[in-house]
Ligand binder design. Structure first.
Ligand code: NAD
Length: 269
């Protein structure tokens, strides 16, 4: 459903060639937002993602590349998106992320570096580029896709948990620094984290696989949910995307500095 407040605004959604990011990009496009699709993938995957976002919205989506492990590539990405969006995106969704599970002492150093770079440092770089232009306009939304692992820990996830706790903390700092910009009419600047529990995306397939124990994929899913997520239901990417769109609306001008769990009760325990 198109939305007159969001119509014609621009968004950069990192990691929107797959999973949660793709769903967020589609929902924003459906609300009338011009979306900069970003992420890795084959030519076919990228074309399919852009086609899906265009089918959901006004047909103005474009793909931007950039490996988020590389600050110079992020600098270039933000410059290209600024040129495309007349100064910088109104909405920045830092969604791209990776995972690797292993005990701390066995964690490859290269995985630590990559997870911290993609899940945490890339959001620092994109925010420092995007926030000043948002402040000038009096409207801006930063939505950082953190995780329940930004609120509580699990074993075998040292870099992931470190990156997501860091993302939650950094988002609160940015929320405070920009809280007084804009006004109710313009929508203000807000910075929030969404903290999902298990969501049906390719990211968690290795963890499902590790719990199949000779059974089916559904057995693996059941085992995963039983460990931590009391609802015993996965979230779907579209459900996370609905919340992201709400955070972009004018009515959410005072919802800032929050880390919102969507976790079936995981962090209520
Ligand atoms: P996904 O694997 O489906 O998508 C990840 C996206 O990030 C892809 O578009 C990929 O191209 C991009 N990406 C990965 N490495 C990159 C790099 N070096 N440079 C540029 N882009 C890169 O995963 P998802 O489950 O949709 O995850 C999205 C976010 O949600 C992540 O931050 C993840 O930590 C978070 N999250 C996921 C779950 C879950 O259960 N799936 C739960 C909590 C949080």
């Amino acid at each position: 459903m198109s939305d007159s407040f969001l119509q014609g605004r621009s968004a950069l959604v990192s990691g929107s060639t797959s999973g949660i990011g793709l769903a967020v990009a589609c929902r924003l496009a459906a609300a009338g937002v011009r979306v900069a699709v970003h992420g890795l993938g084959t030519t076919e995957q990228i074309a399919a993602a852009v086609a899906a976002v265009n089918a959901a919205g006004g047909g103005e989506a474009r793909h931007f590349g950039g490996d988020l492990r590389d600050p110079a590539a992020i600098e270039q990405l933000m410059a290209e998106v600024a040129a495309w969006s007349a100064g910088g995106p109104d909405i920045l969704v830092n969604n791209a992320g990776i995972q690797h599970t292993a005990a701390l002492e066995d964690m490859p150093v290269e995985r630590w570096d990559a997870i911290l770079a993609i899940n945490l440092s890339s959001a620092f770089h994109s925010m420092r580029h995007a926030l000043p232009a948002m402040a000038e306009r009096g409207y801006g939304r930063v939505i950082n896709i953190a995780s329940v692992h930004g609120l509580v820990a699990s074993k075998q996830k040292a870099p992931y948990v470190a990156s997501k706790f860091g993302l939650v903390g950094m988002s609160k700092v940015a929320a405070l620094e920009y809280a007084a910009q804009g006004n109710r009419a313009s929508g203000g600047i807000t910075v929030n984290c969404i903290c999902p529990g298990w969501v049906e995306t390719p990211l968690i397939e290795p963890q499902i696989e590790a719990r199949r124990d000779g059974g089916s994929r559904d057995d693996g899913v059941r085992a995963l949910l039983a460990e931590k997520q009391p609802s015993l239901r996965m979230s779907l990417p579209d459900e996370i995307a609905e919340l992201a769109v709400f955070l972009c609306r004018r009515e959410a001008h005072n919802l800032t500095g929050a880390a919102i769990p969507v976790d079936g009760g995981w962090t209520a325990q």
